[in-house]
Design a protein around this ligand. Sequence first.
Ligand code: HEM
Length: 446
Amino acid sequence: MVILYFIFAFTCLLLFLFITFLSSLILRIFTGKSIGDPSYPPVKGTVFHQLLYFTKLYDHQTQIARETPTYRLLSPNHSSVYTCDAQNIEHVLKTKFSTYTKGAYNELIMGDTFGHGIFVVDGEKWRQQRKLASMEFSTRILRDFSCSVFRRNAAKLVKVVHEFSDSNCSFDMQDLLMRCTLDSIFKVGFGIELNCLEESSKSGLGFMKAFDESTALTYRRYVDPFWKVKRFLNVGSEASLRKYVKVINDFVDRLIRSKRKLLAGEKAGNDKEDILSRFLVESEKDPEQMNDKYLSDIILNFMIAGKDTSANTLSWFFYMLSKNPLIQEKVAQEVMDVVGLNHEANIDEFVADITDAALEQMHYLHATLTETLRLYPAVPLAGPRICLGKDFAYRQMKIVAMALLCFFRFELADETKNVTYRTMFTLHMDCSLTMLAVPRKSLNIS
Ligand code: HEM
């Protein structure tokens, strides 16, 4: 009897605490947000709506934007403005750029995973990283090095697809594109050959799993009103996030230490090719500020920026080309017209011919990639800044698309399958993209 009484009292206490917490949350969501003020964009939902529509969040937000192009969603102590109005976008990205920041709210949510990297910080820290990264991205060395990496990996991808095509087997295009761009970003970012298109590198793939899971879990914080409590108690999604962040930090720390050792043994100079080595050389000028933790944050932010975005866009691109075979033929024709392919040429010779000049001439391909980005934006919620890696991404996507379309015609293995996205920072397909590749030319792979 006494035990029952205690259970009853304990349940009542828990219920009381939960109701008090929920009421204070709701109060914090609706207070101090100028809800009725017509000079603010109208409120069209709260964090609870985002949670409710989580699996179709971008459809839900698009639906609201059709009726109200600029609106607000409320969270405790915070309100976010969403806009698809071209004038407002220009206002944020250009006209009044200096008045917009990522803000403390984003820093709080992303900081545990992405530290003080470019995606998270504002002010002087952002200016320093943006300036340094812009300089590095415009160097001839990085441009030539990245293009040679893209070409090499595109050729490897063609060879892998050829094996499937030869044996008349279907394959998961999204997975192959992910592996290909992952190999490229690892080589360009860290100078490391991951080779996940051909074989598995255990530590690299372990890092990638931790990276993918932690970005997905970090994203969930935007719609989970209880995440801070979970973090405090170290339970559920927050316990997993902590575990994955540790794996990431250990991996990147090891990488930076071994790179430092490697560079110490080499002669000084500014001819280093990968991004990490170039930042390490730069850090010698200001070792206190650019310590290992700061370098690790910088590198992780480049990974989140460049890893999935290009592969996701290419996946939607091939999906759309399979749905629109005439457009696929037009792109393939442009590849033949610009690069051509004589009968004896093999894939390695073909990719070597994808020069900067050839890339410049690929207008129709450029337009189809851009249309893909309009229909399936790889970063569905554009923050207040302009992408720094746009040219880099277009070059990579064009090289991969040209190599594949020159040698194969692509079809969906199942035309009736419904393809949609998984809600996270980037527009990842929620299932495999199973395709068949029909050869266009007899390949000489050797
Ligand atoms: C299709 C491919 C890509 C798309 C659609 C894309 C889109 C975007 C968007 C919308 C932003 C603004 C984010 C914000 O303000 O919160 C951004 C920022 C950024 N992107 Fe990209 N991106 C792509 C590829 C890349 C690649 C390949 C790299 C480099 C490896 C890159 C590097 C960056 C960086 C460093 C920023 C941060 C800029 C800053 O905060 O000043 N992006 N990107």
